[in-house]
Ligand binder design. Structure first.
Ligand code: NAP
Ligand code: MG
Length: 493
């Protein structure tokens, strides 16, 4: 790190990341900081600003100025798009540095961090190209009238993101908002947020005008709550837990603004008796192991038709036993979980399931050489899991996979739709008619047939129903979330 975001504090070895407010790098208004811990060894490696209500207020005011009268407000759509494309290029140009940063901050294996940085760049490429392609409309109306519909930015948008994919979330949440001309304020999660801060620095370097993109780091109950409830925000985008999602939606309601909520899931993979086992097994296992299971769209339930139960489960068990867990630098199948808290939470699920007598089918290994002090949890495969057990219904957010048998197609559909969540579903069958029937019956936002993308694809609209939240991110759909229409009626006689 070279520039002012990350100066070395005299007498300390840690790097301190500051807030970006109105184009200036600043410490928290009361100069407090939070230690950033690497999940791989539990050691602090940096400090971030512990953003205050005053910092959030300053960031919202800077964004308002940028949106209404600053240089940002004067850019054309094509100029905004160019800036975004340049940011995508800058992310790729700094790919290795950003990957190392993301891996250390989140504990994720290097290969996952590298894929995440590539995806972050893709968001800016995709939405940079789209910035000048969202057009309005004209409407046939009464004789003597001309009606035109403009699509306008919402204004100042607030973005609260989680710790599981900070780099990807920076792109997923901010890029469509910026493409439409909003000015943004982001509050990343205290457990992992240095890559978003570094990417904000790259945005500044490629020429984003002051106030267009602001980042305030810190604690959820402080900076996060201040952002969610700020009366100067026009729209909120939140990804995280259902509990905090409720608070954010209440805050939005107080200010009479809209919000998108992406709150996780309990996504099923349905394996029918005619599935291609060789294709399904590695994908099914990877969908729970990716990012240590800390993925909103993790395939955390595998529903297996009874007629093939023993045969299919044996293949999953064999693969599960080969999984290895280690530090981000060891770059194995699975890294540590994000924090001691998350490790405790996931162990709680595992211990309760064992106490409930649910059979453990396989447990993976923590590799020799994984540093002590890291937040490691070995992936566990349970089955058959009773349908009403917490493990079959609740989001674990860790590497714990539940196998549940089903009878026939109708039973599979009922079981798949039986949780409070509805984010993603996977269907494994060679029967084309069944693929379509079952896909249409899934109550969720994305369905994968004979594959599983774990939320994948920048181009693909993504989001949930039920407790998984509402609103859509990704794809061209996200541009509509971050804009609204204005109808103008001309009477010309
Ligand atoms: P969380 O508390 O919902 O955190 C998400 C974001 O909200 C973070 O930036 C957090 O900041 C912020 N936040 C926390 N309290 C807030 C408040 N009162 N007002 C406004 N913002 C606030 O999620 P978590 O504690 O990190 O994880 C808990 C569980 O949520 C996980 O175990 C998992 O089940 C689920 N989760 C889901 C997703 C997903 O992608 N759907 C992602 C993460 C977690 P701080 O982190 O700084 O407190
Ligand atoms: Mg961290």
């Amino acid at each position: 790190m070279t520039a002012s975001t990350a100066r070395k504090i005299v007498g300390e070895t840690a790097t301190t990341y500051q807030n970006l407010i109105g184009g200036k790098w600043q410490p928290a208004s009361d100069a407090r900081t939070v230690d950033m811990v690497s999940p791989s060894d539990g050691q602090a490696f940096a400090k971030i600003a512990r953003g205050t209500k005053a910092d959030v207020d300053a960031a919202v005011k800077a964004a308002r100025h940028a949106f209404e009268e600053g240089a940002w407000s004067k850019l054309t759509a094509v100029e905004r798009g160019r800036l975004m494309t340049r940011l995508g290029e800058a992310i790729l140009a700094n790919h290795e540095e950003l990957s190392q940063l993301e891996a250390r901050d989140c504990g994720k294996p290097m290969k996952q961090a590298r894929a995440d940085i590539t995806a972050a760049a893709r968001y800016f490429e995709f939405y940079g190209g789209a910035a000048d392609k969202v057009h309005g409309d004209t409407v046939p109306f009464l004789d003597g009238y001309m009606v035109t519909i403009l699509r306008e930015a919402k204004g100042v948008t607030g973005h609260i993101i989680p710790w599981n994919y900070p780099a990807q979330m920076f792109g997923r949440s901010l890029a469509p908002a910026l493409a439409m001309g909003n000015a943004v304020v982001m509050k990343p999660a205290e457990d992992a947020c240095v890559t978003p801060v570094r990417m904000a620095q790259l945005a500044q370097e490629v020429g984003f005008p002051p106030g267009a993109l602001n980042v305030v780091t810190g604690i959820g109950e402080e900076a996060g709550a201040a952002l969610a409830s700020h009366p100067g925000i026009d729209f909120l985008s939140f990804t995280g837990s259902p509990e905090v999602g409720t608070l954010v939606q209440k805050a939005a309601a107080e200010n009479h603004i809209g919000c998108t909520l992406e709150l996780g899931g309990k996504s099923p993979q349905i394996v029918f008796e005619d599935a291609d086992f060789d294709a399904a097994v590695p994908v099914v296992v990877n969908a729970i192991v990716q990012n240590g299971g800390q993925t909103c769209s993790a395939g955390s339930r595998v529903l297996v038709q009874k007629s093939i139960y023993e045969k299919f489960v044996a293949l999953v068990v064999a693969r599960f036993k080969l999984l290895r867990v280690g530090s981000h630098a060891m770059d194995l199948d699975c890294g540590p979980l994000i924090s001691e808290n998350q490790k405790r939470r996931v162990h709680g699920f595992i211990d309760r399931a064992k106490k409930d007598g649910i059979p453990v089918l396989a447990e993976a290994q923590i590799a020799d050489g994984a540093p002590s002090g890291g937040f490691y949890v070995a992936p566990v495969l349970f089955g058959p899991v009773p349908r009403n057990n917490s493990l079959a219904c609740d989001e674990v957010f860790g590497p714990v996979l539940s196998i549940i048998p089903f009878e026939d197609e109708a039973d599979a559909v009922k079981l798949a739709n039986s949780t409070e969540f509805g984010l993603v579903a996977g269907i494994w069958t060679r029967d084309g008619a069944r693929q379509m029937r079952v896909a249409k019956k899934m109550r969720c936002g994305q369905v994968f047939v004979n594959g599983y993308g774990a939320g994948g694809g920048i181009e693909l609209p993504f989001g949930g129903v039920k407790k998984s939240g509402h609103g859509r991110e990704k794809g061209l759909e996200a541009l509509h979330e971050f804009s609204h229409t204005k109808t103008i009626v001309f009477k010309h006689g």
